[in-house]
Design a protein around this ligand. Structure first.
Ligand SMILES: [Zn+2]
Ligand SMILES: [Zn+2]
Length: 266
């Protein structure tokens, strides 16, 4: 990881967004940068998708040369007014650990996010596929399996940051109702403890606030638990795929959780 990224206070940098280098976004890099400037952000970390499952629409889409070209152009256009970092969001699958390791080593990333979008062969990040999966499984089983995959991701030691810790609820809540934190407290605590031990960053992903689930990934009680455990390695990511979503709700989170303003990263 480029440790420069750690020097920005929370709210001054968005460490999760997707430009047209990702298969599911059409946002231009420079348009994103202009919006960041408008919002008063100091830096952006683009985290383009890298997917390796052949069933995934993003598989094979990552184009490093094009990415580097676009980053270089954006850096020239922004000059010193905005720092731009090259990141990636990898869909982690334990069975593809070697392939992912080679991929990460092949390119020069400032920041790597590991995300669970698939549980085994089941894609829980796309509404139709998630609907099918959750429709045929009990909540405890489905969420339990998801959290186990997150544990494996941390154990892989491949990434700087964990993406959207409890993405399972994004479409899961449509079947099971709200994810009750207390019910899964043990799983959250175990994951947070492992994150700290592994020296990995916890992301507060704000995309949930603009989706039906209406809470961050992970929710506030988990963030507070992380702080209680002594965790300091936090970041905020909007997961924006559109200009208007960049940096979204960062101010709200700092207002709701004022203790984050005093956070000193170690
Ligand atoms: Zn993701
Ligand atoms: Zn993302």
């Amino acid at each position: 990881m480029n440790t420069e990224i750690l020097k920005y206070p929370l709210g001054a940098i968005d460490t999760h967004l997707h430009s047209r280098i990702s298969c599911d976004s059409e946002m231009g890099l420079q348009a994103a940068c202009r919006q960041a400037l408008k919002l008063g952000l100091k830096a952006l970390v683009f985290t383009e998708h890298a997917d390796f499952d052949p069933s995934d629409q993003g598989c094979g889409f990552y184009d490093d040369r094009k990415y580097d070209e676009e980053l270089a152009e954006a850096r020239v256009a922004m000059g010193r007014s905005l720092k731009i970092y090259k990141g990636v969001e990898v869909t982690y699958q334990p069975q593809r650990r070697r392939q992912i390791l080679d991929f990460i080593h092949q390119y020069q990333f400032d920041f790597t996010i590991g995300s669970v979008h698939m549980v085994g062969s089941k894609d829980i990040s796309r509404p139709e596929l998630a609907k099918k999966h959750y429709g045929s499984a009990e909540e405890e089983q489905a969420y339990g399996e998801y959290f186990q995959e997150v544990e494996k991701l941390i154990d892989s030691r491949l990434f700087d940051c964990l993406g959207h810790l409890d993405l399972c609820k994004r479409y899961g809540h449509l079947h099971y109702g709200p994810l009750v934190y207390k019910k899964y407290e043990k799983s959250y605590k175990k994951i947070l403890k492992h994150l700290i031990q592994a020296g990995m960053m916890l992301e507060i992903n704000t995309s949930g606030l603009r989706q039906q689930v209406k809470e961050t990934f992970p929710p506030y009680p988990a963030v507070l638990e992380y702080l209680k455990m002594g965790g300091t390695n936090l970041t905020m990511g909007s997961d924006a795929h559109r200009v208007q979503d960049i940096g979204q709700d960062f101010a709200k989170i700092l207002q709701d959780l004022p203790q984050l303003k005093k956070l000193k990263r170690k």
